[in-house]
Ligand binder design. Structure first.
Ligand code: XBP
Ligand code: MG
Length: 258
C-alpha cells in the first residue's frame, strides 16, 4: 500500500449498529403512520437487507415478500409507475423523518472503537470520508447526535444515498468519494460491515477492514483485508475473525501494518 492518506467509512453497521434499532424501527413507524398493515420483523428485515437503499428495499418487499404474505387472494393494486414511485418516495421520506428523530433521542450509539479511532485519525491529520447508501439526512443525524455537529466537518466528503446512480454493491459510491478527494485507492483504507459494502469497496480497489454485526457475521468476506468483531478499545479487545492482526484494538499503527 502507498502511504495511507485517508480513511473511508461506511455508516450503517460500521460506525453504528443502526439497522435493527434504527432503520427497522423507523420503517415500521412509517408503515403505521401511513395506515399500512405492514410490519417488518427483525428476521424479515435481515432478508430485506440483501437490497441496499430504503426505497429499493420497500420495492423489494412489495415484489418479493408481500404477495406471499397475502396468499392467493392478493392482487396488486392498479397504479401507474409514477404513482408507485411517488408512494414509495413519500413512505421513505416519513421513514427518514422517524429515523432522524430516533437518532436525536440517542437510539443507537457508535460502535466500540469508532470514536477513539476517528479522533486518532484527526490528531494524525489523516483525511476522512463517508461512503454510504443511506440518506444524507441520516448521516447528519447520526454524526450530530453522537460526535457533535462539528463532526460533519471532519469528513471532507460525505458520499451518501442517491448521489450516485447505482447503490452498493456497485462501486459507484466509493469511486465517487475517491474522485472527490482526488486520491488513489491504494492511498486509502475502507471500513465496512456487510457483503454488499465489501463488494462496493473492493470494486473500487480499496483494501477493506470489516467489522461484523448481528446481521452480517455470516456473510462472505473473502475479499476483506481483515475481519474483526469491532475496532476494539484498550480495555475491550477486538476479536480477529479473518486475516492477521495481533493488536488489542485497531489503530493507525494497525492500519500501517496492512
Ligand atoms: C445501509 C443501507 C441503507 C440503510 C437504510 O447503508 O443499505 O439503505 O439500510 O437507509 P450503508 P435509507 O451500510 O451503506 O451505510 O433508508 O436511508 O436508505
Ligand atoms: Mg453498512
Amino acid at each position: 500500500m502507498s502511504q495511507l492518506k485517508a480513511l473511508i467509512f461506511d455508516v450503517d453497521g460500521t460506525l453504528a449498529d443502526t439497522e435493527r434499532d434504527g432503520h427497522l424501527v423507523a420503517f415500521n413507524m412509517a408503515f403505521e403512520e401511513a395506515g399500512l398493515d405492514w410490519h417488518w420483523s427483525v428476521e424479515l428485515y435481515g432478508d430485506l437487507l440483501a437490497v441496499t437503499g430504503g426505497k429499493e428495499r420497500i420495492r423489494y418487499y412489495l415484489t418479493d415478500f408481500y404477495p406471499t404474505e397475502r396468499g392467493s387472494e392478493f392482487s396488486a393494486p392498479a397504479v401507474t409507475d409514477e404513482e408507485f414511485t411517488d408512494f414509495v418516495a413519500q413512505l421513505h421520506a416519513a421513514k427518514t423523518r422517524f429515523y432522524t428523530q430516533l437518532m436525536a433521542e440517542g437510539a443507537v450509539p457508535l460502535r466500540p472503537g469508532v470514536t477513539r479511532f476517528i479522533n486518532e485519525a484527526r490528531e494524525a491529520g489523516l483525511r476522512m470520508a463517508i461512503a454510504t447508501t443511506t440518506t444524507p439526512a441520516n448521516v447528519t443525524a447520526l454524526l450530530t447526535h453522537t460526535l457533535g455537529a462539528e463532526s460533519l466537518d471532519w469528513f471532507e466528503v460525505i458520499a451518501a444515498g442517491d448521489i450516485v446512480p447505482a447503490k452498493k454493491p456497485a462501486a459507484d459510491i466509493y469511486i465517487y468519494a475517491l474522485d472527490k478527494m482526488n486520491l488513489k485507492a491504494d492511498e486509502c483504507l475502507a471500513f465496512e460491515d456487510s457483503y454488499n459494502g465489501l463488494m462496493s469497496s473492493h470494486g473500487a480497489d480499496l483494501k477493506t477492514i470489516v467489522t461484523v454485526n448481528g446481521y452480517t457475521n455470516d456473510h462472505d468476506f473473502s475479499e476483506a483485508t481483515l475481519v474483526l468483531s469491532d475496532l476494539g478499545e484498550p480495555d475491550q479487545a477486538m476479536k480477529v475473525l479473518q486475516g492477521s492482526c495481533d493488536d488489542t484494538y485497531f489503530s493507525l499503527a494497525s492500519a500501517e501494518k496492512i
